[in-house]
Design a protein around this ligand. Structure first.
Ligand SMILES: Cc1cc2nc3c(=O)[nH]c(=O)nc-3n(C[C@H](O)[C@H](O)[C@H](O)COP(=O)(O)O)c2cc1C
Length: 359
């Protein structure tokens, strides 16, 4: 029996195999209010039927000021719970499990005015942004906690905090973006205060038993940004934040999604980061980034570097591919990793638009 198809846990959540669908913005919500749609329900149902052990939703905005792009799904109001619950029910009816990824885009939002830990106007992330006030910080910590409460009420099996790819939580961690001199900035304790308070407020809201984990950008990949050394130090604090697991990512914007993963040597591109993380924590670790072939996945899991493998583009290419792995019909995803899945056309949703892999 392949290690890929053995069960493992994140906190109290038992996951039947080691394959996770990493959070993937589906572009399938109502563009006006972020309400989940039938199209989203159908996609999540297909992913559950396809054999993915745990689906992580596309990032859900916790407050209207954190909406990153068109047709992003929201979780900022109780009125959004029933439609989300319908989508979650479709996953459970198909025997699957699903976590809600909760996010605030900070300065990476498609809005007239965006906020960031400090005022910033340069190419590193989308800008310009104005400095967030301390009252707004407190308000957004509560927005994350309320979003987690709504996720639990909608039936999600877990919540994942998005602290990667240059969105608000990771902006606070980053010395490049966070130049604050008050208690929300400065040294690592100051810069991680937002994350620690978000995690604490969520835990208080959902209780000790509910699984809460994180997608963590361990380094910015930019001079003056968060380094892997500081990222590793933050990881060593995470058990004390009462988090149940960590998905290790890195980079901001396009740097977090590498293209052209055509052979095993290009796969698992964040493996050096996760090996470093492994030295700092006993929490379950999830590897993301260029996981494509069964052999590489099995080797990463067997080595103990990761407890789960997480994938985005291969599951856009074919939501059924975990079943094909299990049945021994394929040994590698057909995804050629050109990142043509996004669309700016309203109503289209993400889809695979790459030519089929030539064998
Ligand atoms: C179309 C698309 C949408 C994405 N949406 C999200 C998201 O909502 N939240 C997130 O944390 N990462 C998101 N990502 C990043 C993926 O979760 C993942 O970290 C990255 O694509 C690397 O994995 P892969 O090589 O398996 O695609 C997205 C990536 C793509 C291509």
């Amino acid at each position: 029996m392949s290690i890929l198809f053995t069960p493992a846990k994140i906190g109290n959540l038992e996951i039947p195999n080691r394959i996770i669908r990493s959070a993937t913005a589906e572009l399938m919500a109502d563009d006006l209010d972020g309400k989940a749609t039938e199209k989203l329900k159908s996609l999540w149902g297909d992913l559950a039927k396809g054999g993915t052990g745990l689906i992580i939703s596309g990032h859900l905005y916790v407050h209207p000021s954190g909406k990153c792009h068109h047709e992003m799904a929201g979780i900022y109001a109780d009125e959004l719970i029933p439609a989300l619950k319908e989508c979650v029910d479709a996953v459970h009816q198909a025997g699957g499990k699903i976590a809600a990824q909760i996010n605030h885009g900070g300065m990476q939002c498609d809005l007239e005015e965006t906020i960031a830990p400090s005022a910033i106007d340069e190419d590193f992330l989308e800008g310009p942004a104005r400095e967030i006030t301390t009252d707004e910080i407190e308000m957004l910590i509560d927005a994350f906690a309320q979003a987690a409460r709504r996720a639990k009420a909608a039936g999600f099996d877990a919540v994942q905090i998005h602290s990667a790819h240059g969105y608000l939580v990771s902006q606070f961690n980053s010395p490049y973006v966070n130049k604050r001199t008050d208690e929300w900035g400065g040294d690592l304790q100051g810069r991680t205060r937002f994350l620690r308070e978000v995690a604490g407020a969520i835990r208080e809201e959902v209780g000790a038993e509910y699984p809460v984990f994180i997608k963590f950008g361990m380094e910015d990949g930019k001079e003056g940004g968060l380094s892997a050394e500081e990222g590793a130090e933050i990881i060593s604090m995470m058990e004390n934040m009462s988090l149940d697991g960590i998905e290790i990512s890195g980079g901001v914007g396009a740097n977090s999604v590498q293209k052209g993963i055509r052979n095993a040597s290009k796969e698992a591109y964040f493996r050096p980061l996760i090996q470093f993380a492994r030295q700092k924590t006993n929490l379950p670790l999830i590897i993301v980034g260029g996981m494509r072939s069964k052999a590489v996945m099995e080797e990463v899991l067997s080595s103990g570097d990761a407890d789960f493998v997480s994938m985005c583009r291969p599951l856009i290419n074919d939501p059924n591919f975990p079943n094909l792995f299990k049945e021994g019909k394929i040994e590698r995803s057909d995804c050629i990793s050109s990142s043509n899945c996004w669309t700016e056309t309203l109503g289209e949703g993400i889809s695979c638009k790459c030519p089929p892999l030539k064998s």
